[in-house]
Design a protein around this ligand. Structure first.
Ligand SMILES: [Zn+2]
Ligand SMILES: [Zn+2]
Length: 266
């Protein structure tokens, strides 16, 4: 191990202080900029381009929104479908899901995909408004009855400590504030640390999440219409397992799932 000399220690201490001052200044400048400068578009980043929300007009138009024809059950879009009408997808017909219905705002691609990654894995919470805006828009177009309670897909406490926040919890909290619906971040919890789902196939994902969730307070969910929130719908297995536990163990009346993006199978 290299032992610092007196001068080396002083140098390291000065660098540490300068680093802390630099970070403090960066934070202060960013906070001042947020207050004083017009906000920039979440996609093109042009300052002063916003008339409303987080996306400028052209970027808002360019988003890969999920539109009919789609599966009325899980909301899977059929962009290349030869028929123009909605129809159940293979997953809904064969194995089905435990949620009553699901919808996502946009396809998991392009800038929104990048923003979701930056938000979730990079801790860039500044992207929360642009993602919640998409959730709120999809919720508004869905036409389901008003939920009694919003519940985010929970993270295991170990992952929560590593990441510092639950991305689904942040989205759920902000959506709840916008649509004036109560949110419970502790009605459902994750009792097992599961392998990340990204590398697994659907069957493996089902096995991976089976028994991973439990109800903390069934009084909060019994007989209620629940809106379950997550950032990405990939195969729907996590959302389906949460819905199963909310219904079977918690006695929830209905569970509908809403995510910002939907990953399409290759
Ligand atoms: Zn833009
Ligand atoms: Zn479906």
């Amino acid at each position: 191990m290299r032992v610092l000399s007196g001068g080396g220690r002083r140098g390291a201490a000065i660098r540490g202080v300068l680093g802390a001052i630099g970070q403090g200044l960066e934070f202060a400048c960013s906070a001042i900029a947020d207050l004083c400068l017009p906000r920039s578009c979440a996609q093109c980043q042009r300052l002063g381009s916003l008339s409303r929300g987080s996306w400028c007009g052209p970027c808002r138009e360019s988003l890969a929104r999920i539109a009919p024809p789609l599966c009325p059950g899980c909301g899977r879009p059929f962009p290349d479908s030869s028929t123009s009408s909605d129809h159940l997808c293979g997953d809904c017909l064969v194995t089905g899901f435990h949620f009553d219905s699901a919808r996502s705002a946009v396809i998991h691609t392009g800038t929104v995909r990048t923003r979701v990654h930056q938000f979730k894995f990079g801790g860039q919470l500044k992207w929360t408004p642009c993602l919640v805006e998409l959730l709120e828009e999809a919720y508004g177009q869905w036409g389901i009855a008003v939920p009694d309670l919003i519940v985010p897909v929970p993270l295991h406490i170990k992952r929560l400590r590593q990441r510092g926040f639950n991305q689904a919890g942040v989205l759920a909290g902000e959506l709840g504030r916008k649509i004036k619906t109560p949110v419970s971040v502790c009605a459902l919890f994750r009792k097992n640390v599961t392998q990340p789902q990204t590398s697994l196939k659907r069957g493996e994902r089902l096995k991976n999440v089976k028994g991973a969730f439990e109800i903390a307070d069934s009084g909060k969910v019994r007989g209620r219409r629940i809106l379950l929130i997550d950032d990405v719908f990939t195969t729907g297995t996590t959302l389906s397992e949460c819905a199963r536990v909310l219904k079977k163990r918690g006695g929830a009346g209905e569970v509908h799932a809403l995510t910002v993006t939907r990953a399409l199978p290759d």
